[in-house]
Design a protein around this ligand. Structure first.
Ligand SMILES: [Zn+2]
Length: 74
């Protein structure tokens, strides 16, 4: 049924954890580095101190989307 493969909640949490720690997130299924894409642009000014991250595995094409609180500046 699920034609569009997704990570389960545990896998997403692991990816997010690695990202927040500053590690390069790996796909929990393929163990390859995931591609990172920032989402957003255009909707700043709403007062959200958050950034939405989109990580995609280049091998299995699963993706994980999560919000990251902006504690630091780049
Ligand atoms: Zn994968």
């Amino acid at each position: 049924m699920a034609d569009r493969a997704q990570y389960d909640a545990t896998e997403q949490a692991g990816i997010r954890d690695a990202f927040v720690r500053g590690d390069a997130p790996l796909c929990p299924r393929c163990h390859v580095a995931m591609t990172q894409r920032p989402i957003g642009g255009g909707s700043f000014g709403l007062g959200y101190a958050r950034r939405r991250e989109w990580l995609i595995c280049p091998r299995c094409r699963r993706s994980a989307i999560f919000d990251v609180r902006r504690g630091t500046r780049n």
